[in-house]
Design a protein. Sequence first.
Length: 468
Amino acid sequence: MINWKQEVENRKEGFIEDLRSFLQIKSVLDPDTAKEGAPFGEGIRKGLDFLLETGEADGFRSKDLDGYAAHLEFGEGDELVGVLCHIDVVPEGDGWSSDPFAAELRDGKIYARGAIDDKGPTMAAYYAMKIINELGLKLTKRVRMIIGTDEESNWQCVKHYFKHEEMPTIGFAPDADFPIIYAEKGLFDCEWRQVKSSETNEGDVRLLSFQSGRRLNMVPDQAEAVLEGNVEIEEIAAEYKEYLNELQLIGKLSVENKRFIFHLEGQSVHGSAPEKGKNAGLFLLNFLSRYSFDQGGQNFIELANGYLTGDTEGNKLEIKDSDDITGPLTLNTGIMTYTTTDGGIFGLNLRYPVKHDFESTQRKLTSVGKQYGYELNEIEHLTPHHVPKDHPLIKTLLNVYEKQTGEEGYLISIGGGTYARSLEAGVAFGALFPGEEELAHQKDEYVDVENILKAAAIYAEAIYELAK
Ligand SMILES: [Zn+2]
């Protein structure tokens, strides 16, 4: 019987020192210093070197794939167990209480950009491998830490890596939450784009421009519309005020050079739960639908109102669906733009359940757009990711989690997006415990030292159980 917690405890000082040194490297994407062997810039290259040099000194076999990704490996056998981590971090942003790259240790926490996403969990998984290796435990499989360098941007790292290297038979990514994220919805980013702008000018009012939202995966919190035409300002102002009051929204209307400029403020939330936000663009388009517009403006508004407004489940599009693995389909209208020269664009972020018939949804989106003169363009499509509940990987990880924490383990499904989906049979496994504060990508990001040591013990036992 190995006391994994004790083995981690015995290496606590080294762990903290290594983690702090790792966090002090500013491994942020920097195209200005990119070169051969360092495609994402100097900082990320340094972070990668740190981990590779540490690993080589500890006796792991290493391989660097042109600076896109790398791995550290030990053990023997045909099969491969993968541990997928990343060393790149998002920019630090403002408002920190201490230098985001000093990795200050205060009250049992280490504060740094990347502390929980993903350098802390990466170091925990690294020490897990180190412990098994130092104890000289016999393995029947190889264990490989796959180190990504571009997780926060385009995942070019793993794409490059798996073009050249073998796919592990099983694996996990310590880059999210405990207990286990075993299923992720399919993700379809697309746009409806007006094929050609229509020059007809019937209608009382002309829509000159519309702008709302910048990112597909966020609910827009601002919208602006500019229109001109046969409108009574007092009347429209009173109607707009009433509309805003009724829906408890904030907005304003101003007139400049006989043009009416509408602003509306909604509430932004992440695109995976659009029902929790207030879509500023759709609310504004809904208000404008009371007027009769020129053909281009009219189509833009009717398409929104007929199929998107007030509906984050795909009811109006008749694509609503739900399953017992990942729950309901969600639809976020993240971007809406219109100009008289380029016409209209709707940027959509669709997340669909594992068992959903995606092809029929794609056909539906295509045909609805077509009715209004819009074509459907795919921006990104990630198919659903799912490891069956009775898979040995899940059983082993749940078992280890329960044993180490004394808590009941359970499976989580999400809207999509963990690093684990790069693996064929992979789940996200920690390192944030249930109820722990989540500060990834925010100011004062930290990792709790006791918790990350606990995670290291879980990873050590898990890797050993998977590879023994
Ligand atoms: Zn991450």
